[in-house]
Design a protein around this ligand. Structure first.
Ligand code: ADP
Length: 740
């Protein structure tokens, strides 16, 4: 603060001080509020954007983040003061911009993406580790085992378990020494630093196709600024090797640069982490729901400090506080699990591009079956298009054959056709592995009563209950509701009349065991593989040849590399075609091409058999001919004619509520105030196909707009025109993937 020169008049100075410009901090709270609120900055706090603060909100004290600070008084409400600054690492400017951008993009409240950005801070820092140290006093009785423990503890601070294992003795020996006072408990701060990637380790020898891709990417990263590339290479072509080198190039650009690698499934992270560890001699930081809360906090802080240079994670890792982000890799970029459908709705692939743009970083989208959106951008020249059309080394793409289920049906009540069974027999005979792919959890998707025809449904939701035999329960996959399978029909009371209709993975497993009683059969689904550790174990035992037949949902269709897997059987290739939504054809093609792509990834040739009742369908024909380009061209043509994504844009409005009349009058009111806009069509309201969930009725609108339309602006303006009754919840889904 400078004052005008002149005779010092204390009275003036103090008045001047009072008149010094007060400042206003605009504070965003991680809560469902429409905007950031203004608070007065107490003198001397010197707040900056990104600082964490506590503020009063009504009677409560809430933690929030300063989005901006400005001179002035009188904000958007009567000003209360900020209470205090919280001493956590501030959010970097890129995160603040990203939070605002994401909220606008998703037509949602900015508090949601902020809450995601603060997730790592919700947990307390890791507690000190409990260790054992030598006290110098000797135990009354010395034994060889005790001697080993005392020797192992010399000069080290290990936990009891680690000490026992270092000495090769049982935990009881260590405990005995603690009880006798030869060892004492001490506490040490947990290791905060992360192992750093070793950039001096040599890369693998790349084949010429890979080397050409890496060269382009290295150039891109060196040039700096926002750039995007699509790495479009068949399964097993070595895309992962390519992006490992792109990561190396990004890190080599500057000691501050950071890289984020997004994966669609936790089950995949373990394999990818191992490849990073091989390449860089250190495990990257991991970020997903399976990471323990204290560890998440540690990773969050390490990302904020720049200590975490490589982060491998799920979509929510996009909200981490990177300050030197140089490259974002989105692996399996076509995967629909990048679309978050609940809470804050977003498409992580699109947000990854946005985050890269905000940070002036590069983004690399990788897939064997890229989304139409990304192909469209590559064709238009917005993304560099890097193609790898052959598998690495001797590996060949598998042959894909269709099994016409009308010609060679399975036995009644069975699901595996004679041609598939025969192919499995040959595969097992050769000592090779088979995978049966069926994207359906549980034993049977429907249970009905033979006596009265009643279908077992969720009590408050319009969906069938899926039978799970391992647990003996009927489960609603939508809401998680479950009940013990009843012995009598709840409707007519008939005993033993409930029959299981259709197959899930558990039933296919049962059939595989029946046909091949000597084979080792395992199931890979989210019911058998609950966490990263379980995934690692199952993947390792499959890779080690301890499993002969793996029955898997899509959790195992992607990414994994099983050297001895030579046969993939797709039990119901028509399954995802039945949804009939915008992406049904695209999704089926991607899923089946990925599943088939698991076979023959090494020296041994692979084969895929697709069981289908519609072998003439364009998707099946394109798969059989392995003619992706023809499929894409046909699909693009259809989308273009209809003005659908990527040629046009879609958004959905889903209104739901327990009170049918209130819901009806709200959607009618909304229909009456649709803004007039050129290039926009609104369909609905209509009952949602899933018309009842957890006791709430659901109605939908679908909006189609030309690419040039500000769809988000339209949606926000529209929603604001109709008052939402208390009992109704309105969700806007920009670029919907689910049409239920
Ligand atoms: P994608 O990610 O395209 O499915 P990967 O990168 O997993 O392909 O490569 C497929 C297999 O080929 C892996 O086992 C990988 O280790 C191997 N591979 C790929 N590129 C090379 C290379 N340049 N040198 C040696 N092995 C390679």
């Amino acid at each position: 603060m400078t004052f005008a020169a002149g005779p010092l008049d204390l009275g003036t100075v103090s008045r001047q001080k009072h008149r010094t410009m007060p400042r206003i901090a605009s504070v965003l709270l991680p809560m469902p509020l429409p905007e950031a609120f203004d608070y007065a900055e107490p003198e001397g706090l010197d707040l900056r954007p990104g600082d964490h603060v506590t503020v009063p909100l009504g009677p409560r004290v809430i933690r929030g983040v300063v989005m901006a600070v400005r001179d002035g008084s009188g904000g958007n409400r009567p000003l209360k003061p900020v209470l205090e600054r919280v001493d956590d690492p501030p959010l970097p400017p890129g995160v603040l911009t990203f939070v605002e951008w994401a909220a606008r993009y998703s037509v949602d409240l900015p508090g949601w993406p902020l809450a995601m950005a603060l997730r790592g801070l919700r947990h307390p820092p890791p507690k000190p580790d409990k260790v054992l140290v030598l006290t110098g006093s000797q135990p009354a009785r010395m034994t060889p085992a005790r001697l080993k423990v005392l020797a192992a503890a010399e000069g080290r601070k290990l936990s009891g378990a680690a000490l026992a294992s270092a000495a090769g003795v049982s935990a009881g020996v260590v405990k005995g020494l603690v009880d006798e006072g030869a060892l004492a408990v001490d506490f040490v701060e947990p290791e905060r630093g992360l192992p750093q990637p070793d950039l001096s380790l040599p890369p693998r020898d790349l084949n010429p196709g890979q080397a050409a891709c890496v060269e382009v990417l290295a150039e891109m990263l060196h040039a700096g600024g926002f750039q995007a590339a699509l790495l479009d290479g068949v399964t097993g072509s070595g895309k992962t090797e390519v992006y490992l080198e792109a990561v190396a190039a990004a890190l080599a650009e500057s000691p501050d640069s950071q890289v984020l690698v997004l994966l669609p499934e936790i089950a995949l992270t373990q394999a990818v982490l191992a490849r990073f560890e091989q390449r860089f001699g250190a495990l990257p930081a991991e970020w997903h729901s399976g990471v323990s809360p204290p560890r998440r906090r540690q990773v969050w802080e390490a990302v904020a400090s720049g200590d975490a240079r490589i982060v491998v994670g799920a979509r929510s890792a996009l909200f981490l506080p990177f300050k030197g982000l140089r490259l974002v890799v989105v692996d399996e970029e076509h995967d629909s699990s990048f679309k978050q459908e609940e809470g804050f709705i977003y498409q992580a692939r699109d947000l990854a591009v946005a985050r890269a743009k905000i940070e002036g970083a590069s983004v690399l989208l990788a897939s064997a079956t890229p989304s139409l959106e990304s192909l469209f951008n590559a064709q238009a020249g917005r993304y560099r298009w890097l193609r790898l059309s052959a598998r690495h080394g001797a590996a060949q793409l598998p042959d894909i054959d269709l099994v016409d289920m009308r010609q060679t049906p399975p036995e009644p009540g069975r699901w595996l056709s004679p041609p598939l069974i025969k192919a499995m027999a040959v595969t097992l005979q050769r000592g090779e592995q088979a995978m049966l792919f069926l994207n359906r959890r549980g034993y049977a998707p429907l249970v009905l009563c033979r006596a009265c025809g009643e279908k077992m449904k969720s009590p408050d939701t319009d969906s069938w209950l899926v039978e799970h035999r391992y647990t003996g329960r009927l489960v609603c996959h939508l809401t998680g509701f479950s009940m013990k399978k009843p012995e009598a029909c709840p409707h007519c009371g008939a005993k033993d009349s409930l029959v299981s209709i259709g197959p899930g993975v558990e039933r296919v497993e049962e059939e595989a065991r029946h046909i091949f009683p000597d084979a080792r059969v395992a199931v890979f689904s989210s019911d058998t593989v609950m966490d990263a550790e379980a995934a690692r174990t199952l993947v390792a035992s499959m890779a080690a040849g301890e499993i002969d037949i793996l029955v898997a949902t899509q959790a195992a269709a992607k990414g994994h590399n099983f050297p001895n897997l030579t046969l993939v059987g797709v039990v119901d290739a028509d399954l995802s075609l039945r949804g009939g939504d915008l992406r049904a054809g695209e999704r089926t093609f991607q899923l089946l091409a990925q599943a088939a792509g698991r076979a023959g990834r090494h020296e041994k040739p692979g084969r895929a058999l697709l069981q289908t009742y519609s072998p003439d369908h364009a998707v099946m024909q394109a798969l059989k001919a392995q003619d992706r380009d023809a499929f894409i061209e046909a699909e693009m043509g259809m989308r273009q004619d209809a003005g659908l994504p990527p040629f046009g844009r879609l958004a959905a409005v889903i209104a739901s509520g327990p009170d049918a009349a209130a819901l009806e009058s709200y959607v009618e009111a909304l229909a009456a105030v649709i803004p007039n806009a050129e290039g926009v069509e609104v369909f609905g309201p209509a009952d949602a196909p899933l018309s009842l969930v957890r006791g709430r009725r659901r109605k939908r609108f679908l909006v189609r707009a030309d690419r040039t339309v500000d769809l988000q602006g339209f949606m926000a303006a529209w929603r604001a025109r109709a008052k939402v009754p208390n009992s109704v919840r309105v969700v806007i889904d920009v670029d919907p993937y689910s049409f239920l």
